[in-house]
Design a protein around this ligand. Structure first.
Ligand code: NAD
Length: 488
């Protein structure tokens, strides 16, 4: 493994747009700056794409589409596999880059390299498994063929919280299916995508298959791309309000969309749970990525008979956290992404306290450089508190209680979101009932982290449409065609 310094690494990261196989500045020369949330300092200045650059990127994706769709699936898969292999060689660089631009502790950044990389390996294998059907129709008068075809040029929009995995989770299935793409990473963390696309270039991806635009004017640049009839698919990961706007824009062209949106995960602990496992699961489900995950446990719904003990034990663990810049040894909690994230977490905590919650630890921002918030535990959170309704996206663990299973189900489902639910119980029958009764796209039964490239990731209700990963993931980028042949 190579060991680069931060300065060397940042020099190696491209600072331009990648359009039709070339690194180019924004047409009007505009730039934007990227900051380290742990220090507030500018770490890199990169191209700031405008509408003309978005149009050029889509032109390139459209021009490359037919050639890429005609490229043998095995060849497409081998490019993804080489990307997987090269990512393993560069894991130190990718992990460090994510820690610098996004803030997550280095150990977690390595975890994201592993998770994000798996999409490359998984879809390198799936590329050759796209199949169809052939059969006699029920009347016996003809033969039915069902075939799968690449959807066409795709626009991929990703958030800042998992800079590598959110990119690979979309790029890998799109390329495996034979689609070309324009990707627009979040302006807060664009460097990882630029660095990853440089890697794709190195493993021999043909020009125009993947194009990257980084921009500070996402809405203005995205609008014309989404409105262009040559675009065939929009895949978005981000907040529900932005997803709703993009669905509205997509309606005009009846554009196919995948939407991976917000969450408000319930974490239900029954009185028969193994408390050691529940506490370990709670810490992972809440504090991974400093709470900035769509899958983060948002509402801890704990049986009233064990709520005090659960609260005492999680508070003990939280007291052991070390807050700091994610590059420093032993740090377990990094900064939040920006001041707005601090303000949001703090407003939710103050609202809960105002409605009678008890503060067990933390509860305020940490003064100084960078945007840090104390890891916080609240108990006795009252119904109606904003923290039960909104995504916290910060290191705040909020506990409320329930009396019986029906009440637990009612509280857990009392949200417009439906991404993931966590349930801790040792009663197998109860666990089975909860799988059926929770309105979510995913469920962790006695586990606090469940994402896996081999599994379909996605939600119901306002958490989104479609699935990423698993056998399902590639179908987001394929369209099904039915052909009837006359009886021979
Ligand atoms: P966001 O919605 O603010 O931004 C997401 C992306 O959309 C960014 O690239 C941003 O630049 C872009 N964007 C914003 N407004 C736009 C517009 N009008 N037109 C086009 N693009 C626009 O979300 P965020 O703050 O970056 O990410 C956090 C959110 O993402 C949380 O709600 C989280 O739950 C969600 N998320 C969901 C998943 C999932 O798989 N379900 C995964 C990670 C994050």
């Amino acid at each position: 493994m190579t060991h680069v310094t931060e300065a060397e690494l940042l020099q190696h990261v491209p600072n331009e747009l990648f359009i039709n196989g070339k690194w180019v500045p924004a047409a009007d020369g505009a730039t934007l700056t990227v900051h380290d949330p742990a220090t507030g300092k500018v770490i890199k200045t990169i191209a700031d794409a405008g509408v003309a650059d978005g149009a050029a990127a889509l032109d390139a994706a459209v021009a490359a589409q037919a050639g890429w769709a005609a490229t043998p699936p095995r060849v497409r898969g081998e490019i993804l596999r080489r990307a997987f292999d090269l990512l393993q060689e560069r894991k130190q660089e990718f992990a460090l880059l994510m820690t610098i631009e996004m803030g997550k502790p280095l150990a977690e950044a390595y975890g994201e390299v592993a998770y994000g990389g798996e999409f490359l390996r998984w879809f390198s294998e799936e590329a050759v498994r796209v199949t169809g059907r052939y059969g006699t129709n029920p009347e016996g008068t003809g033969r039915m063929i069902v075939s799968q075809h690449p959807v066409g040029p795709c626009f991929l929009i990703t958030p800042w919280n998992f800079p590598l995995a959110m990119a690979t989770r979309k790029i890998a299935p799109a390329l495996a299916a034979g689609c070309t793409v324009v990707i627009k990473p979040a302006e807060l963390t664009p460097l990882t995508t630029l660095f990853f696309v440089r890697l794709l270039e190195e493993v021999g991806l043909p020009a125009g298959v993947v194009n990257v635009i980084t921009t500070s004017t996402s809405a203005a640049v995205s609008g014309p791309i989404i409105a262009d009839p040559r675009l065939r698919k929009l895949s978005f990961t981000g907040s529900t309000p932005v997803g709703q706007k993009l669905i509205q824009q997509s309606a005009q062209g009846v554009l196919r969309t995948s939407m991976e949106l917000g969450g408000n995960a319930p974490f239900v602990v029954f009185e028969d749970a193994d408390l050691d496992k529940a506490v370990a699961g709670a810490i992972a489900a809440k504090f991974r990525n400093v709470g900035q995950a769509c899958t983060a446990a948002n509402r801890f719904i704990v049986h009233e008979s064990i709520a005090d003990e659960f609260a005492r034990r999680v508070t003990e663990k939280v007291a052991d956290f070390t807050v700091g810049r994610g590059t420093e040894d032993g740090v377990t909690i990094g900064p939040l992404i920006n001041q707005a994230a601090i303000d949001k977490a703090d407003t939710l905590v103050q609202d809960a306290l105002g409605r009678g919650a008890t503060l067990l630890t933390g509860g305020s921002a940490i003064a100084g450089h960078g945007t840090f918030y104390q890891p916080t535990v609240l108990s006795g959170v009252a119904p109606g508190s904003d923290i039960l309704r909104e995504e916290i996206f910060g290191p705040v663990l909020a506990i409320s209680t329930f009396g019986d299973e029906d009440e637990a189900v009612r509280l857990a489902n009392d949200t417009e979101y439906g991404l993931v639910g966590y349930v801790f119980t040792q009663d197998l029958a109860r666990g089975h009932r909860m799988i059926e009764r929770l309105h979510t796209g995913m469920m962790g039964l006695n586990v606090g982290v469940l994402s896996n490239a081999a599994a379909p990731f996605g939600g119901v209700k306002q958490s989104g449409l479609g699935r990423e990963g698993g056998l399902e993931g590639i179908h987001e980028y394929l369209s099904t065609k039915y052909t009837l042949l006359p009886d021979p």
